[in-house]
Design a protein around this ligand. Structure first.
Ligand code: AHR
Length: 598
């Protein structure tokens, strides 16, 4: 296969082509990338009960609705100590199917009510061996009629164990025959970029290493919510954690909303990602569509959210943002109205128009994105300047067939592929990842039309997941991340993005090898994928270049997959190739590769 990359300028290519999609699904937020390690710490969501808690030393635990911590955190943990108990007693928390212990300094915070004087201890303990990996002691002087907040710090010992739990103990003799109440226990290891209420370092580093260009948040179905009452309410995700009530998420568990609007923007800033924000558009997953004048408060709410994000500190919402610790406005690169509104096709045109008119009046330069793809679901006429978010989950063979899906699509409205991934497997496998790469090559060749794409879902707690496959499945250990073949594929694309598409002439048709070329400045990047069982000889001609790097992700077995028990697919192998404007190599079976000539 001989490929010659054109020296003539081609179509300009979106420089934000390869991004990230995030919503709280599969415990990707609470218990996932968010740094707080204890589960059900605010008893949020629908009927959480004592989930994740257990008694230590013979105490009795109860969720007490009559002793709220705050208006938002209306339940606290009552720990009752029988009169005959002695020694150290208290309660434990399993974390999110374990607690990852990374060897950093851990910050512990808890609110305590009830008369107690003296030390209390929190530990991180292996459930199977009893080995202690962190031990923090703090002095308590608490009163019976109000909560007092106590903070302490202790450095942990790093471990790969996945059965670490948290214990909080105190002297039984002081409480015997009565109770103490505990509110909103919080435990954080050192966070990514040192943020307060920030992200888990090791998980954030793996995501940062992809090199994506944008972050789409907060959903996904989790934006819409299981019903209107449990939609993602931006204003309940900001401010002190004691004022965030949380909600029942769309994926069957409660969300604390400790990973809220501020934290999403901090995530963007700390990883250099553009914000692709979704706003609620009046449709929830129980099928409710809000229309007519009933929609007005939701439009107002979206305008308030935008003023909170974009307004200066002299505006009412901007000043609230400033009082929550962020003086300067943030930047929104793209704003999507809803999520997958094809599912409420009959009402989307009306709802879209209500949001579009209101937002365009105040923010005429904001790039808006519609979340329905069927033109029958969009208003007619549909504004030319609005982009469309098209989601494509598909089986591998269809991704390959769809390589040229975008070649002849009307250029009137641009598109974003806000979610994509191979469909129908538990784990990302080599066949699926190569097929994703081929679909993405088709996107890149059409990136005058396609402005960005993101794999979804990003993260998944293997012990309790609602969707597969995922880019980074994980167990609760700093060594528990599974970097899948799709992870490496996304990284290869993101780290070799260009800003100009380059035409390629070839001596053969597409299949089983597919390709696309882009440039950035004087660098040329040719991406290739081999969806076949035979290695293929390839020569790439790039005028003026004498050296290139070849990065190859491959495995002979298309069904090979990195899972929590085996990792047959290794990270892309990089080699140098030299040549006089011509680079020859063998492209392995079932592979994704990039030739980069700087
Ligand atoms: O990525 C999982 C789900 O797929 C998203 O929440 C939704 O937008 C899509 O249907």
């Amino acid at each position: 296969i001989a490929l010659t990359v054109s020296q003539d300028p081609g179509n300009s290519t979106s420089s934000k082509m390869w991004g990230l999609m995030f919503e709280d699904i599969n415990h990707s937020g609470d218990g996932g990338i968010h740094g707080q390690l204890l589960r059900n710490n605010g008893f949020q969501g629908t009927n959480p009960g004592l989930t994740a808690y257990f008694a230590v030393g013979g105490t009795e635990l109860a969720v007490d609705e009559s002793i709220p911590l705050s208006t938002a955190i209306s339940n606290t943990l009552q720990v009752s100590v029988a009169a005959e108990l002695t020694g150290q007693v208290g309660f434990g928390n399993e974390g999110y199917w374990g607690i990852p212990v990374d060897g950093s300094a851990h910050n512990h915070t808890i609110f305590i009510r009830g008369a107690y004087e003296g030390p209390m201890t929190w530990t991180l303990v292996s459930a199977s061996s009893g080995e202690v990996f962190a031990n923090g002691t703090f002095d308590v002087s608490s009163e019976s009629d109000r909560f007092t907040e106590f903070t302490s710090t202790a450095r942990s010992m790093r471990t790969s164990a996945t059965d670490i739990e948290y214990h909080l103990t105190f002297d039984a003799a002081q409480v015997a025959g009565s109770s103490l109440w505990f509110g909103l226990p919080q435990l954080y290891a050192e966070t990514f970029a040192g943020r307060q209420n920030g992200l888990k370092t090791f998980m954030a580093e793996a995501i940062n290493d992809i090199g994506g260009s944008f972050l789409r948040f907060p959903g996904g179905n989790n934006l819409e919510g299981p019903n209107v009452a449990n939609r993602w309410k931006w204003n309940e995700t900001v401010g002190p954690l004691v004022s965030r009530p949380g909600h029942q998420g769309a994926w069957g568990y409660g969300n604390t909303d400790a990973l809220g609007l501020h934290e999403y923007f901090e995530w963007c800033e700390d990883m250099g990602l553009d914000a692709f924000v979704g706003i609620y558009s009046g449709y929830s997953l129980d099928g409710t569509s809000i229309t007519g004048s009933a929609l007005d408060p939701y439009v107002d709410d979206a305008l308030n959210e935008l003023e909170y994000i974009l307004g200066d500190a002299s505006t009412p919402m901007g000043s609230w943002r400033a009082s929550n610790g962020r003086q300067e406005p943030w930047t929104i690169t793209w704003l999507e109205i809803g999520n997958e509104d094809d599912f409420a096709c009959g009402t989307y045109a009306e709802r879209f128009t209500a949001f579009y008119d209101a937002i365009k009046t105040t923010y005429p330069d904001l790039q808006l994105v519609a979340s329905a793809t069927g033109f029958g679901c969009l208003p007619d006429p549909f504004p030319e300047n609005v982009w469309i978010d098209y989601h494509e989950y598909n089986i591998p063979d269809n991704y390959v067939t769809n390589f040229n899906q975008w070649d002849n699509v009307s250029r009137r409205n641009k598109y974003i592929i806000g979610e994509m991934a191979r469909w129908g497997a538990e784990w990302s496998d080599m066949r699926g990842s190569v097929s994703e790469a081929i679909f993405m090559l088709g996107l890149e060749r059409n990136s005058d039309l396609i402005q960005g794409a993101a794999f979804a879902p990003l993260l998944s707690l293997v012990d309790n997941q609602q969707w597969t496959p995922n880019l980074i499945p994980y167990h609760q250990s700093p060594d528990g991340l599974v970097l899948t073949s799709s992870y490496w594929t996304q990284q290869l694309f993101a780290q070799n993005a260009g800003d100009m598409t380059r035409a390629v002439t070839s001596d053969t048709e597409f299949g089983p090898v597919y390709w696309s070329a882009v440039s950035a400045g004087t660098s040329y990047m040719v991406k290739l994928a081999n969806y076949g069982a035979d290695p293929q000889p390839v020569t790439i001609n790039v005028a003026g270049k004498t050296a290139a790097n070849l990065s190859v992700l491959s495995n002979d077995d298309p069904d090979a997959a990195n899972t929590d028990v085996t990792s047959p697919i290794v990270a892309p192998i990089v080699s140098s190739i030299s040549g006089n404007a011509s680079f020859t190599f063998s492209l392995p079976a079932w592979s994704v590769a990039v030739v980069r000539a700087d």
